[in-house]
Structures are given as C-alpha cells and as structure tokens.
Design a protein around this ligand. Structure first.
Ligand SMILES: Nc1ncnc2c1ncn2[C@@H]1O[C@H](COP(=O)(O)OP(=O)(O)OP(=O)(O)O)[C@@H](O)[C@H]1O
Ligand SMILES: [Mg+2]
Length: 370
C-alpha cells in the first residue's frame, strides 16, 4: 500500500510537544511532507534550532514514520521557525493555554505504552504489570491502566486491595496505589451491584474513555496499558483519545509469526499506533524460541526481550508479587532488562523545553491580563 501525506500527518499527530500540550501537526510545526515511493521526508520547524526538545521530537517523529507500513526510508529535517511561524505558534499556544484544551486527563508529558498481542493468553497482563513494576523500581512515576474491562487481571497480579474513589471536590476518580503504581481497573470498582450495573451498561470504549478523562492520573512519566485480547474497538478508541500511545507487541515463541504479524500490522495501521518492539514471552524448552525475532523482523521493529517460561511468573501473578526486580528470578531479570531497553527506546519526556518556557510565559501573560 502506498503511503499518503494524510497518513503521515495522522501518524505525526502522535508526536507531542510535551509542555505545550499539543501535537506537532496541530501546532503547525510540520512544514512539509515529501513522499517519493517508499521514501518519506518530513520537515519540522522548531522555535529555535537548538531547542533542547530537538532530539525527542526528531526521534519520536522518525520512529513513528519509520514504523508506518509502506515506508522504507524516513528522514526528518529540522529547521528553525521564521518569525511569522513563531508568531503563529504563539497564537496557537495562547489559545491552548486559554482553553486548557486537554481531551484526556493524561498529561502530554506522559509516555503511553499499550501492551497488545495478536492473540489471547500470551502474557500481556503479566508483561504489563512487570514492566510497570520495573519502571517504578527505576524511579519513574508510573500508572497502569487495565483496559481489559471485563477480563481484568491486574489487581490480582499487583495484590491491590484498594477501591477507586472519586475526589469530593473535583469528582475525579483517584487511582489506587499498588506497589507504588497508580492503578485503575474495573476490578477495583465492581464490588457493588449498583456500580456493576452502571458499568455494564456502557460500551467498552466508553469505559476506556471514562478512565482516560475522569481519572486524576497526575504527572506520570509512563502510563502502561494492559490491552484486552483481540484487536478492534479498544485499540481504535485508545489511539483516537491518546495519539501519543505506542504499542508493545507480546508474542509466544512458536514460529507462526507470519499470521500474527499480518494481524498486528493491520491493527497498527488502522489505529495509527507505532510499534515500539516485540517481547517474546514463555520462551524455553516447551515452546521453543525464535518466534519473537521472526515477528520483530516481519514488522521491522526491534525484539525487546525474550522472557523465559518459568513457574515463578505464575506464582508471582497469583500472590501479587510480580517477579520483575527479583534478582533470583530468571524471568524477573529478563523483564527488568526488557524495561531498561524500553526506557532507551521511549525515554521519558524531557521537561526542560524551549516551547515549555514559552507556554509558561504565555500563562503568566494571560494571568496578568485577567
Ligand atoms: N513467562 C511466563 N512463564 C510462565 N507463565 C507465564 C509467563 N507469562 C505468563 N504466564 C502465565 O500465563 C497465563 C496467561 O498470562 P496473562 O494473563 O498475562 O496473559 P494475557 O495475554 O494477558 O491473557 P488475556 O489475553 O486473557 O488477557 C497466566 O497464568 C500467567 O501467569
Ligand atoms: Mg490479560
């Protein structure tokens, strides 16, 4: 399938300028998209060429465009804005500051990692929970959203006993802290008939929407999302509401990558969600290995890790003590290493930005004017 300018722009909408709270397309920072065959060149104008955000924006844009189906080579050309462009950006920024236009309650500085797979039961929830734990152990502020609305398993895996409650002032739902992770799951709500009925009446995508818009997530470095099995609605809803979301694909080691790859690639294309990489799970003597690498090659993304099939993973999930971070556990070590690789691939947003300073200035100006 040939790449279109429209598809490239849609993909670039996932690149956030963290402190301005907008994507680079909306902010008018994309100056041109040039397509010739499977080569794509994108021009991005920054407020100043030495912007400290330069690397992040450049890498994010590159990673996203490169991950598009039909793209062989991608180039991002960074330029500095002209006076006129800068004035235009200022006016967009000003409008945003005024409107506080934030469609969700997830901060634009939060990196969103959706753990998905082409089929069920491969260990998505296990991987999502362990990555969240390992990120937390590395000192990051981490949220975990259980998007498996009816098949939730994260509360058990984290040994979470709290309940979700709404703040009396803001009416925003407060996540439960489990092992220092901000957790939201339907499993933390449906203990009364009344709430169960309320939630059951909602469509799945509506439930996800509530979790994204009505939860006080706060300032997180990472939001890990445990996706439900299958593709479809939730995936699309997620990318629509959180364009900065990126996908981690979990697969088992059986070498049937081709079929899974087609499904995953299709899912990624339809949702415009870039794939960060593949994690092979349950590798070892029983299921063999190599399927993860095959799938990664097929999708043109890195293999992040291969996590062995080990009994302690199941026990950890059942007792609320995930193996990540347990140096005695082989699987735990693999999961910790996987997380370190992820942080390398998707580093936390840099807060000290040039546009951020502009935004702050604008906010002050607005306050002064009010
Ligand atoms: N590396 C592993 N070694 C051993 N058991 C594992 C491993 N990873 C996951 N499991 C076990 O496999 C089962 C399925 O895992 P999990 O629930 O994480 O899969 P899932 O992909 O989220 O499933 P679903 O599609 O139903 O949401 C669980 O019992 C889990 O403990
Ligand atoms: Mg699951």
């Amino acid at each position: 399938m040939a790449v279109t300018e429209e598809a490239v722009l849609r993909t670039l909408e996932g690149v956030q300028d963290p402190e301005l709270g907008g994507n680079i397309v909306d902010l008018g920072m994309v100056t041109e998209v040039r397509i010739s065959g499977d080569d794509v060149e994108v021009g991005v104008a920054l407020t100043i060429a030495e912007c400290p955000m330069r690397n992040q924006i450049e890498n994010d844009a590159l990673r996203r465009v490169r991950a598009m189906p039909g793209v062989e080579n991608a180039t991002i050309r960074i330029t500095a804005m002209t006076k006129t462009q800068r004035a235009e950006l200022m006016s967009v920024a000003r409008r945003r500051v005024r409107e506080r236009a934030q469609p969700t309650n997830v901060s634009p500085t939060t990196r969103v990692l959706a753990v998905s797979s082409g089929k069920g039961g491969v260990g998505k929830s296990t991987i999502a929970v362990n990555i969240a734990v390992a990120l937390k152990e590395s000192g990051f502020r981490v949220g975990l959203l259980d998007a498996d609305i009816w098949g939730f398993s994260t509360p058990r895996m984290l040994g979470a006993e709290g309940r979700l409650e709404a703040d009396t002032q803001t009416h925003l739902i407060q996540p439960t802290s489990a092992s220092g992770i901000q957790l939201v799951s339907t499993g933390l709500i449906i203990d009364s008939e009344e709430t169960a009925l309320m939630w059951r009446g909602l469509m799945l995508s509506k439930a996800l929407e509530q979790f994204l818009t009505q939860v006080e997530w706060g300032d997180l470095d990472y939001l890990v999302i445990d996706m439900p099995p299958g593709t479809g609605d939730i995936q699309m809803a997620l990318s629509r509401m959180l364009p900065q979301a990126e996908m981690i694909v979990v697969t088992t080691p059986q070498r049937a990558a081709q079929k899974v790859a087609v499904r995953v690639a299709d899912m990624a294309r339809r949702s415009h969600m870039p794939i960060v990489g593949v994690i092979e799970n349950m590798s070892g003597e029983v299921f063999g290995s190599g399927g993860g690498q095959d799938l990664a090659d097929e999708l043109g993304v890195p293999l992040i890790a291969s996590v062995p099939l080990e009994a302690d993973v199941v026990a950890g999930g059942d007792t609320g003590r995930p193996v990540a971070g347990d140096p005695e556990s082989r699987a735990g070590r693999a999961l910790t290493a996987a997380t370190a690789k992820l942080v390398e691939l998707v580093p936390p947003a840099d807060l000290e930005t040039c546009t951020g300073r502009i935004a702050k200035l604008l906010a002050e100006l607005d306050e002064g004017a009010a």
